[in-house]
Design a binder for this molecule. Structure first.
Ligand SMILES: *[C@@H]1O[C@H](CO)[C@@H](O)[C@H](O)[C@H]1NC(C)=O
Ligand SMILES: *[C@@H]1O[C@H](CO)[C@@H](O)[C@H](O)[C@H]1NC(C)=O
Ligand SMILES: *[C@@H]1O[C@H](CO)[C@@H](O)[C@H](O)[C@H]1NC(C)=O
Ligand SMILES: *[C@@H]1O[C@H](CO)[C@@H](O)[C@H](O)[C@H]1NC(C)=O
Ligand SMILES: *[C@@H]1O[C@H](CO)[C@@H](O)[C@H](O)[C@H]1NC(C)=O
Ligand SMILES: *[C@@H]1O[C@H](CO)[C@@H](O)[C@H](O)[C@H]1NC(C)=O
Ligand SMILES: *[C@@H]1O[C@H](CO)[C@@H](O)[C@H](O)[C@H]1NC(C)=O
Ligand SMILES: *[C@@H]1O[C@H](CO)[C@@H](O)[C@H](O)[C@H]1NC(C)=O
Ligand SMILES: *[C@@H]1O[C@H](CO)[C@@H](O)[C@H](O)[C@H]1NC(C)=O
Ligand SMILES: *[C@@H]1O[C@H](CO)[C@@H](O)[C@H](O)[C@H]1NC(C)=O
Ligand SMILES: *[C@@H]1O[C@H](CO)[C@@H](O)[C@H](O)[C@H]1NC(C)=O
Length: 546
């Protein structure tokens, strides 16, 4: 979620460093000045963090960041967002750590980010970075993805059953790169370089644990994972979050790392980072999530913040099972099965607005705008319906980054939701989706099953004080946009506004500044859904019984 924020910031201003806004100068000199300034700002903050001394913000420095550049816009947005936290963490070092997070979001102090935006460390050109695994929907199959600075002569890795040494070699021809990204002057880098290898590993025994090794120099990279079940099991457990952000997402990442036994894979419908086309920054996000995503399959849909440069970062670095799900090779939508669930990932993000790859504010467009998406969706749902005729215990969960029905004071709910519903509702209801998942708005809201035409609550399906949906005839909708910290903004819930009975539960990210995520476990006839914050408090819990 991104808003245009032009507000002047009120930040205590006492001289800090003797940097002044730049006057007119040649573009290359300007870029250099920006780089130096970003670095000195980052260094200054780190030093202060280390020494824990009191910190103040220099008004000219802040004004510098507010210049009319896209980067300035982004930083302004972050500053504004951070300002919103002050009531929650009013001490200066608290503010400081949030500013520090904002800098990490922009990778302004990443040492390699010196204007060239290399994906990886050029002194170890074949070492594997940003390792993550994905599923294809086939039992015993994963795709292991990673970046290298140079194109490997052969992209191969080795897989063995955990604790054994009998390795099998898997190689790929699927090695991608992009020339699109990462920004314009005065951005820190003017291009992205690197390669993404996507190695398909199959023939594994579902549920068994395996260790993979990506050979490299100065060392190998190795992780252990569980081979997915595809549709060969009747139970499944997963984590679901959106809108996480670089650095801002760290508390959720760390929490999930501390409870690895509670989920087998992760579902993330959009806004992984808030890098907005800054590929060096997205790399920083991938570095943060690697310890998690390299051992738990990480399935993503695309949000507005993945959009700039025609989604080139995710297109390059993520393997979407499009061929497995009958979608076009460049589709940003796909489906897959795991356990009894058929997951459908869709995309509403309008990238036609910036054919040159520049960031501009995105507006969602109906899914029928994208060539082939609605036709694919209908085919996919039709095929699923046939399978469900034979096995009524299957579940259908559809998702995209943006909400359909929701009830916060926000354009996404008031204006865009109803437009997007027009495409998706008829199919979602016709094919009896059990749930719709999304994020985008940095809030959590649960929408009980409502009729798609009358918008009346299902009769007698809401039970036990809305903790049970019993044989619901319509989907339960969840907007779960509270995973992030540095980017969380705005209190969407206006005091005194009444919510309709179908909005069973709502939270604004502003009240949970350290992030939230859901754990979902499913069997033949029950889906348990629990929303946690990173202290472990249960913010919401319900179940659906078929
Ligand atoms: C100030 O903020 C820091 C960093 O968020 C936190 O660790 C510390 O507990 C806070 N101190 C007080 C007195 O709130
Ligand atoms: C940027 O840093 C990398 C090492 O991290 C180096 O190889 C490269 O030459 C540097 N580029 C510039 C323009 O300074
Ligand atoms: C299970 O998935 C496989 C593909 O992995 C597919 O061929 C098969 O039809 C599916 N079976 C059912 C019952 O859905
Ligand atoms: C090693 O693994 C391969 C493929 O998984 C298998 O065919 C072979 O029998 C295994 N060898 C030993 C000694 O376990
Ligand atoms: C890296 O992995 C390969 C393949 O398993 C192995 O042959 C090699 O010895 C490993 N290197 C190191 C340094 O562990
Ligand atoms: C975006 O990239 C895809 C995949 O490369 C390509 O098919 C499509 O034409 C591109 N769209 C625009 C607007 O550049
Ligand atoms: C929530 O929905 C109800 C009924 O649709 C509407 O009257 C109310 O204005 C909405 N509230 C907000 C904050 O959008
Ligand atoms: C409502 O759902 C039904 C299926 O239950 C579907 O046929 C119809 O097209 C939907 N109408 C709208 C306006 O979404
Ligand atoms: C019902 O749920 C609401 C909201 O979660 C809660 O405030 C209320 O105390 C619950 N009532 C009972 C009787 O459990
Ligand atoms: C989690 O929620 C509990 C209960 O609302 C609250 O006391 C706690 O401060 C929250 N923790 C975080 C990190 O948001
Ligand atoms: C759902 O939660 C209930 C109550 O905790 C538990 O008994 C049941 O086994 C759970 N079912 C699944 C599929 O997780």
């Amino acid at each position: 979620m991104m808003r245009r924020l032009w507000a002047i910031l009120c930040i205590t201003a006492i001289a800090l460093v003797s940097v002044r806004p730049a006057r007119t100068m040649p573009a290359d000199v300007q870029v250099r000045r920006d780089v130096d300034l970003f670095h000195s700002f980052g260094r200054y903050l780190r030093e202060k963090l280390v020494h824990g001394r009191e910190v103040v913000f220099d008004r000219p420095l802040v004004q510098f960041f507010q210049r009319a550049s896209t980067q300035g816009e982004w930083f302004k947005h972050v500053l504004k967002g951070l300002e919103g936290y002050f009531p929650f963490d009013p001490n200066l070092s608290g503010q400081l750590s949030l500013f520090f997070s904002a800098l990490v979001e922009g990778t302004w102090f990443e040492p390699q980010n010196n204007g060239t935006c290399q994906c990886c460390d050029p002194s170890n050109p074949l070492y594997a970075y940003h390792v993550h695994i994905g599923m294809t929907g086939n039992a015993g199959e994963v795709v292991i993805s990673y970046n290298t600075q140079e194109k490997p002569p052969q992209s191969c890795l080795y897989v063995a059953e955990e604790h054994t040494s009998n390795q099998t070699k898997f190689c790929t021809e699927d090695v991608r790169t992009t020339s699109l990204g990462s920004g314009l002057s005065p951005f820190l880098c003017t291009g992205w370089s690197g390669y993404a290898s996507h190695v398909k590993v199959n023939g594994l025994q579902p549920g068994k644990r395996y260790t993979y090794t990506i050979p490299g120099s100065p060392g190998n990279v190795s992780y252990t994972f569980m081979a997915p079940y595809g549709n060969t099991t009747k139970t499944t457990k997963l984590a679901y979050f959106t809108d996480i952000g670089t650095k801002g997402g760290e508390p959720v990442i760390n929490t999930l790392l501390s409870r690895l036994d509670d989920f087998d894979y992760m579902i993330m419908p959009g806004d992984q980072s808030y890098c907005d086309g800054y590929h060096g920054c997205f790399d920083a996000y991938m570095k943060l999530i690697q310890p998690l995503a390299a051992q738990k399959p990480y399935m993503v849909a695309t949000g507005n913040h993945e959009g700039p440069w025609n989604f080139s970062y995710v297109r390059t670095n993520f393997y979407f099972p499009v061929s497995e799900s009958g979608a076009a090779p460049d589709a940003l939508w796909y489906s897959f099965d795991e356990g009894p669930i058929h997951f459908v990932m869709m995309n509403y993000e309008n990238y036609f607005d910036y054919p040159d790859g520049e960031w501009s504010m995105t507006q969602p467009a109906p899914i029928s705008t994208y060539p082939g998406q609605i036709e694919w969706l209908r085919r996919d749902l039709e095929a699923f319906a046939k399978r469900r005729e034979h096995d009524p215990s299957l579940w259908l969960i559809m998702m995209a980054h943006r909400p359909l029905t929701c009830n916060v004071t926000d354009k996404s709910c008031n204006h865009f939701g109803p437009i997007l519903e027009q495409d998706v509702f008829p199919l979602m209801y016709e094919y009896k989706a059990d749930m719709y998942w999304c994020g985008h708005v940095h809030a959590y809201e649960r929408v009980s099953p409502i009729n798609n035409v009358t918008r009346e609550l299902c009769s007698d399906c809401v039970r036990d004080n809305a903790t049970l949906y019993y044989k619901p005839p319509y989907p339960v909708q969840i907007m779960n946009g509270i995973a992030g910290r540095a980017v969380a903004d705005n209190d969407y819930f206006t005091p005194g506004v009444s919510y309709p009975p179908f909005v069973a539960q709502h939270y604004s990210s502003i009240n949970y500044p350290y992030g939230g995520y859901a754990l979902v476990s499913v069997d033949n006839n029950v889906l348990n859904f629990t929303l946690y914050n990173t202290s472990g408090a249960v913010l919401d819990h319900f179940r659906i019984e078929k």
